[in-house]
Every structure is written in structure tokens, then in C-alpha cells.
Design a protein around this ligand. Structure first.
Ligand code: HEM
Length: 505
């Protein structure tokens, strides 16, 4: 009996000791983490250069991006033309504002900052934008041929067809006296283009909208996703899954992610049932190219990978080009003489023809300068974020691992040390004779290095085609007294629907 009691007490004591040891170890682990955080925080806050903080505890004020806050940031950063530390309460990062520092990072730091990626994975999965390491390397190689010359030639035809439909919509809806809202118009057009490039079935989202069509279910799903993302970026508590998915907007986001996935799955299944002949290789769309691509071992992408990549292409490929085109049309309307210069060039390249061919695109030299200058001032992707997985030295300052480096494309593009009179709209900065004067990383709307934008030729072709096609048909102008403001809805966009006057020529 005594033996059993002693054994029992012994067992209890060792259980208690074990619990204490575990608790103590966990406490020590937390203490070590806190110590690491405090040393990193103090070093970054007090030893690195950076703008004055608005508050001793909360650090810098988080402001919604608009023209006023952008101008304020531009002004603050003037004293930090290479980089500056940013503090938001317990969150800190290094904001990169100089092209030389950006170049050093692009060449040496591969890993992305994945802190907020969890918000997008239910929708984009592990597509090219988020994947890393060997998966990213393999898939980037498999996806690159999607944007080769032969494919782009086919995509140019699709872009022309969608421009035709957009011209028809403008002719139908515009009386030449009242403005029409450009943003929804261009977003429908760029979405139609990318859906037709994925699956060349002739989707028509602009003229004959069939509300019951699969495409419209996709559009509806995408809208739910967009609203969900806006909520997550604008409300602090919505960054936590546990709160976001309890809200209606969160539930709708999840539904939207499912709807868009279902659409892509139905396209894949349909293509599997009716595969395209090998002899029609020159007409392959993105779906053909992705389902048929093979690596060195002869393995293709899995169905999940194809879904994730196509979802990524649709979003990355239409929201960005829609936003960039909106800013291009705003500038055309704001500067009528420059608009005329662009039109003269379009007419001299096109003559009496309407349809733009691949070979025409390279001849739009002034229009290219105009588009680039627009993207310098309003780059759709304002910043990209890398996470240090080992210490990194900038200008003699050793930045510890696990610190985020935010390359601010928006501020690099307005850095007065590289762009004299940076807020002035001046397309001649991009003329051949001036291009040599710029640092190669002073203009990076499509990022740079190995993780640069895979769709940049596609995007530039699309923006040039839609601009040239519309300039041939319409004079674009602003309503008296109108001025644009900006906001970030995942990508930088006009804050309103951009009312523009289209007068037939
Ligand atoms: C004006 C239009 C566009 C702009 C400004 C733009 C900008 C960018 C930027 C800055 C990145 C780097 C993002 C990062 O590192 O976090 C990127 C990556 C990417 N973009 Fe674009 N993009 C545009 C159009 C497109 C189009 C049309 C497509 C496809 C159809 C596309 C597909 C992608 C993909 C898949 C990536 C990830 C590449 C990788 O990590 O290997 N983009 N884009």
C-alpha cells in the first residue's frame, strides 16, 4: 500500500516537474524571441536613418494612399534618397527609395515577404507571384513560352477585337457632350482580353452580356474577391482570418474564390474532353500552352498548378493593365497637345488601316514614351516586398535577418536625385537620347531581376493597342474642373470611375 502511494506521489511529482520544465522552456523561448525583437527594433529605430516619427509609440501615421499623402511621403523621403527605416507601432521595415539600393537588393535577395500572402492564397493558391525556390524556378520556365513571340501575335488579334467592341460601346453610350465612366469600361475590356487569351472561345463581356454565362459567374466571383481584399487592406481587424471570415464580406470572398476556381476547372475539363489538334499549334491559347508544357523529366503542371497559374494570370493580367490604361487616358485628356502628338504618330503608322499588327507596335515610339511617363508617375504596383533570410548591408548599415525590405517603386520613380522636377509630366524623359541618362533601376514598373513581371510585353502591347485604336476614333477630354485622385485597391487606381468625354473624330 505504502509502496503504491509512494509510486503515485513519485509519478505526480515527475509529471509536475515535467510540466514545469516544459513551461520554463517555453517561457525562455518567448523571452529569447522578445529579446531578439527588442534588439532588432532598437537597432532599426535608433541606429538607422529614417523620417521623423509622428508618435513616440505608434510611430508613423498610416494613411490611405491618395495624392496628398503621396506628396507628403515624397516630401518626407527627400532627405532619404536611398533608403529609410519605417516604424508602425511594433511593425518595422526598410523603405527603399534609391535605384542603386534597389539594384543591390534585386541582385542579392530572392525571398519575398510572405507576411500577408495568406490573405490571397484561398484565391490565387501557390501561383507564380507567391511560389518560391525550386517550384517557382520550374514553373517560371514552364510558363515563359506562354509569352513568346508566336503567342503574342495571337494575343494582339484578341486585343484588336476587344478594342473594336470597346469602340462600339463608347459610340453607343457617349453623346459627345456628357462624360462616360472610363474605369469600368477599360476593366471590362482588359478582363475580356485575358479571358479570351486563356481560352479563345470568343467571350464577350462588353457588348452582349449574358448574365447567366460562365464568364459572368467568374466576373461576379472576382468582384467578391476584390471587395474582400479592399476590406482586408482598409480595416485593421480584418487582417485576422478569425474576424474576416465571420464578416459577410469575408464569407463572400470565400464564395468568390470558389466561383473563380470553378470557372477555370470547367475550362480545363472542357479542353481535356475536346483537345486541340497538334496541327493547330500556331493557334494555341494559354490553356493549350499550360496544359501541354513539360519539364526536362517530361512532367507537366498538375491541375491545381494550372488553376493557380491561370487565376494569377487573370488577376495580374487585367487589373494592372486596366489601371495603367486609365492613367494613360487621364493624361491624354489633360494634355491635349501631347494627345495630338500621339494621334499624329498613330495615323502615320496606321494610315487607313484600323487593325494593329504586331509589327506596328514597335513603331509607336512617342506613344511608348507617353505610356512610360504615365507609369513613372502612377505605377500600378506601388511597392514590392522582400524578406531578408540573412543579414544584408546597405551603405555600411548591417540590416539583420527577418527584416522586410520594401522597394518603393512609386518613390523611386519620383526620386528628385534621378528625375529632375519629378512631378512634371514629360514623356521626352524616355526618348532614346535621354534614356542613357537614367539609372537602369530608376524606372521599374514591372519590377526587375529574376522575379520581374512575366507579362510585361503582353501588358505594354495591350496598352498601346487600346490607346492607339481609341485615339484614331475619338478626341478625349476632361470635364471642366475635374482633377484625378488616387487610391490603392490592390493596385494603384483612380479613386473614382474617371469621367472622360469622348468626341468622335
Ligand atoms: C501594366 C501592367 C502590369 C504591371 C505594372 C505589372 C507589374 C508587376 C510587378 C511589379 C511584378 C513583381 C511583383 C512582386 O515581385 O511582388 C509582377 C509580377 C508578375 N506579373 Fe505583372 N504586371 C503587369 C501586367 C501583367 C500581365 C499582363 C500578366 C500576365 C498576363 C502579369 C503576370 C505577372 C506574374 C505571373 C508575375 C509573377 C512573376 C514571378 O514572380 O516570376 N503581369 N508584375
Amino acid at each position: 500500500m505504502l509502496n503504491t502511494v509512494a509510486e503515485y506521489l513519485y509519478d505526480q511529482t515527475s509529471l509536475y516537474s515535467l510540466c514545469w520544465i516544459l513551461l520554463l522552456s517555453y517561457g525562455l523561448y518567448l523571452l529569447a524571441k522578445l529579446f531578439r525583437f527588442v534588439t532588432r527594433y532598437s537597432y532599426i529605430r535608433w541606429r538607422l536613418p529614417g523620417p521623423k516619427l509622428d508618435h513616440p509609440i505608434f510611430g508613423m501615421k498610416v494613411a490611405r494612399i491618395d495624392r496628398k499623402s503621396l506628396a507628403k511621403l515624397e516630401n518626407t523621403i527627400k532627405d532619404y534618397p536611398r533608403f529609410g527605416r519605417m516604424i508602425y507601432g511594433p511593425i518595422f521595415s526598410i523603405m527603399v527609395t534609391g535605384p542603386e539600393v534597389a539594384q543591390q537588393i534585386f541582385n542579392q535577395v530572392e525571398s519575398k515577404n510572405k507576411t500577408f500572402v495568406y490573405m490571397m492564397t484561398p484565391w490565387l493558391g501557390n501561383g507564380l507571384v507567391f511560389s518560391e525556390g525550386t517550384i517557382w524556378k520550374r514553373n517560371r520556365k514552364l510558363l515563359t513560352p506562354t509569352f513568346y513571340y508566336q503567342s503574342l501575335i495571337n494575343f494582339v488579334k484578341i486585343m484588336n477585337k476587344s478594342s473594336d467592341r470597346m469602340i462600339e460601346v463608347i459610340n453607343r453610350d457617349s453623346n459627345g457632350k456628357d462624360p462616360i465612366e472610363f474605369v469600368p469600361l477599360i476593366h471590362n475590356m482588359t478582363l475580356e482580353v485575358i479571358l479570351n487569351c486563356i481560352c479563345s472561345k470568343g467571350s464577350d463581356l462588353q457588348l452582349n452580356i449574358d448574365t447567366n454565362s460562365r464568364e459572368m459567374t467568374y466576373v461576379e466571383g472576382l468582384e467578391k474577391i476584390r471587395q474582400g481584399m479592399e476590406e482586408r487592406f482598409s480595416s485593421f481587424f480584418s487582417i485576422f482570418d478569425i474576424i474576416f471570415y465571420r464578416k459577410n464580406v469575408g464569407k463572400e470572398f470565400a464564395r468568390g474564390a470558389k466561383m473563380t476556381k470553378q470557372y477555370i476547372v470547367s475550362l480545363i475539363q472542357e479542353r481535356e474532353e475536346n483537345p486541340r489538334e497538334e496541327s493547330n499549334k500556331s493557334d494555341y491559347d494559354m490553356l493549350d500552352l499550360l496544359t501541354r508544357s513539360r519539364d526536362e523529366e517530361g512532367n507537366g503542371l498538375t491541375q491545381k498548378e494550372i488553376i493557380d497559374e491561370l487565376n494569377t494570370f487573370v488577376f495580374a493580367g487585367h487589373d494592372t493593365t486596366g489601371a495603367a490604361s486609365s492613367f494613360v487616358f487621364y493624361h491624354l485628356a489633360k494634355y491635349p497637345e501631347l494627345q495630338e502628338k500621339c494621334r499624329e504618330e498613330v495615323l502615320s503608322v496606321m494610315g487607313g488601316r484600323d487593325e494593329i499588327e504586331w509589327k506596328d507596335i514597335a513603331k509607336f515610339t512617342y506613344l511608348t514614351c507617353f505610356i512610360k511617363e504615365t507609369m513613372r508617375l502612377y505605377p500600378p504596383v506601388m511597392f514590392i516586398s522582400k524578406m531578408l533570410n540573412k543579414p544584408f548591408t546597405i551603405d555600411g548599415h548591417k540590416i539583420p535577418a527577418n527584416v522586410s525590405l520594401d522597394i518603393s517603386i512609386g518613390l523611386i520613380h519620383r526620386n528628385a536625385s534621378h528625375w529632375p522636377d519629378p512631378d512634371k509630366f514629360d514623356p521626352s524623359r524616355f526618348k532614346d537620347e535621354n534614356i542613357e541618362k537614367h539609372h537602369p533601376y530608376a524606372f521599374i514598373p514591372f519590377s526587375a531581376g529574376s522575379r520581374n513581371c512575366i507579362g510585361q510585353n503582353f501588358a505594354m502591347s495591350e496598352i498601346k493597342i487600346i490607346t492607339a485604336r481609341l485615339l484614331k476614333k475619338f478626341q478625349v477630354s476632361l470635364q471642366d474642373g475635374y482633377d484625378i485622385d488616387i487610391t490603392v485597391k490592390v493596385v494603384l487606381s483612380p479613386s473614382d470611375n474617371l469621367p472622360l468625354l469622348f468626341s468622335p473624330l
